[in-house]
Design a protein around this ligand. Structure first.
Ligand code: ADP
Length: 516
């Protein structure tokens, strides 16, 4: 009886004393305080629907003061899907209380644009009306031109000048980027596909074709190599634009009569492809760094057009990682030349070199957009260089997601903002570098290999990140997580990453001779 009296005296129905706006911290937090005795049961609703708590959304109580509970609804990397009205319902046997707060974490992709299906219908109507208006205006113009016989007295320009204006805007250098590499509205264009609730814009060209940065100088001197100085030896692989061969090149270096080179051929060069070829050659001439593959020059005497690069003995890094992983070692059981599994320190040595190349690219304001191990090359003594600025999309076609006709996106290496808003920056390159680290520490596994492309897009835009590889030290996984911060400005800086990797690599010296 005394107990009953005591609990009746101290019974307090729930009261929500605080529910405030969401604040970004390490996680997002919707702060609240609730008083009550016995301890109230808490339930959250988002736009009227009960929130199921789990690892990504959970109620956390941080502090208790005299029957008042202070805590957070903690959200790990919330997306636009988490935006809405949050209701907190507190309940115990003596009563209930509830309060509401609006939370806005991320802009919905293509907010205000033709995002929902019904909006598309409206857009289609606009397009039809637009075309009709243009046709009608054209008709009127024709009438005027016919009437005044091409006489420019009224300031009406002939069709040729209109076309030349269009030509200008079609020139790759005309779309001057705004530094941040954010697409202009004209770039958003109609080239987009819809996957689930996400609209993915189409990228027509790698960034450097449109870049105004210092790498595309007008006075670049591209070295020309004579065809008779190139002797093909064997095929090395298939690139996006043609075959890649191992060759001997004569009279290239003053110290050697001939050296081994890798030549990339450009088959069936259309006028545009030729322009791109020359632009890429200019860019490559200006990119010079110990961890960027050396570009020697071009041979354009006749078809096919050729680019000459230094030869990297062990080929692309993805193949190399797979060839030195546990599966390859197992497969080669009993053979005379068994591959040796890469050690952690060798992995760090590889990672550090790629980061060094990326520090250089960032210093040149060059956004790579397609950093992945398939685009890095391995030479002697585990020397690694970033080797490809084009699109190696034929051989590794499953690494890309086809949108529209020809465009392939490396979605598994892309951060949410590149997938959702087609925003490519040095920070999105940092995200990709995190994925490259993951590739290295999994011996070349495909990121999210267990998921389909649509599932990957869903996962990344929802804020999920790759799991820690089995052989990966905590320090390295922390680094990956630093690259995969949802907010681009929260990601680690490329210089910091290089510094951290360099220190980790120094702490565990590499025994290169293991590779043989
Ligand atoms: P593209 O840029 O035209 O798509 P890649 O750079 O992907 O061509 O080259 C295709 C393949 O050729 C690579 O996967 C690699 O195995 C080989 N390769 C390319 N460049 C070199 C090089 N400099 N040294 C050795 N092998 C190379």
């Amino acid at each position: 009886l005394l107990n009953l009296l005591f609990s009746l005296l101290h019974s307090v129905p729930p009261k929500i004393t605080k529910l405030s706006d969401a604040i970004p911290d390490h996680h997002w937090c919707i702060p609240f305080s609730v008083a009550g005795n016995p301890t109230p049961h808490l339930q959250w609703f988002l736009d009227g629907e009960a929130v199921t708590e789990g690892v990504y959304i959970m109620t956390m109580i941080h502090d208790v003061t005299e029957r008042e509970y202070h805590g957070c609804l903690q959200l790990d990397s919330p997306t636009h899907l988490n935006n809405g009205r949050y209701t907190l319902l507190a309940k115990n046997e003596y009563g209930t209380d509830q309060k509401e707060v609006e939370a806005h974490f991320m802009r919905k992709p293509w907010d205000g644009e033709e995002f929902k299906t019904h909006c598309f219908l409206i857009v289609q109507v606009y397009v039809v009306v637009g075309i009709a208006a243009v046709a009608f205006t054209g008709f009127l113009l024709m009438l005027v031109i016919l009437k005044f016989g091409g006489n420019s007295k009224f300031g009406i320009k002939g069709p040729s000048s209109v076309i030349s204006n269009d030509d200008d805007s079609a020139s790759p250098l005309h779309h001057v980027s705004n530094g941040s590499n954010t697409p202009s509205s004209s770039e958003m264009g109609p080239d987009a596909v819809i996957i689930g609730m996400t609209k993915i814009p189409v990228i027509e060209n790698p960034q450097y074709f449109r870049s105004t940065n210092s790498l595309l100088k007008t006075d670049t001197f591209v070295q020309h190599i004579k065809r008779h100085n190139i002797v093909l030896k064997r095929e090395l692989g298939e690139g996006a634009f043609g075959k890649v061969f191992l060759a001997e090149c004569y009279n290239l270096s003053p110290d050697h009569e001939k050296i081994l080179v890798a030549v990339k051929t450009l088959k069936e060069a259309s006028e545009n492809a030729r322009k791109d070829f020359h632009r890429e050659a200019e860019l490559l001439t200006n990119l010079q760094h110990e961890h960027i593959v050396t570009f020697y020059g071009v041979c354009v005497e006749s078809d096919p057009l050729i680019m000459v690069f230094e030869y990297m003995k062990h080929g692309d890094l993805n193949k190399f990682l797979r060839a030195h992983g546990p599966d390859a070692v197992l497969m080669a059981e009993g053979q005379t030349t068994r591959p040796v599994e890469l050690t952690q320190s060798q992995m760090l040595h590889i990672a550090q070199q790629i980061a060094s190349g990326m520090v250089y690219l960032a210093s040149q304001h060059f956004v790579h957009r397609d950093l992945a191990t398939r685009n890095c090359l391995v030479g002697e003594n585990l020397l690694v260089k970033i080797g490809d600025f084009g699109m190696s999309r034929d051989v590794y076609s499953t690494d890309y997601y086809r949108v529209g006709g020809h465009t392939m996106l490396p979605i598994r290496w892309m951060p949410p903002e590149s997938i959702m808003y087609r925003k490519f920056t040095t920070e999105s390159d940092v995200w990709s570098l995190g994925v490259v680290l993951w590739e290295i520490f999994t011996y070349g596994k495909q990121p999210w290999y267990q998921l389909s492309n649509n599932e990957v897009i869903e996962c990344i835009t929802q804020g999920r990140v790759l799991q820690r590889p089995r052989t990966c030290p905590k320090e390295v996984y922390d680094l990956m997580l630093g690259c995969w911060q949802r907010e681009p400005h929260m990601r680690l800086n490329i210089k910091e990453i290089h510094c951290l990797l360099l220190n980790l690599a120094k702490a565990s010296p590499v025994y290169l001779d293991i590779l043989g």
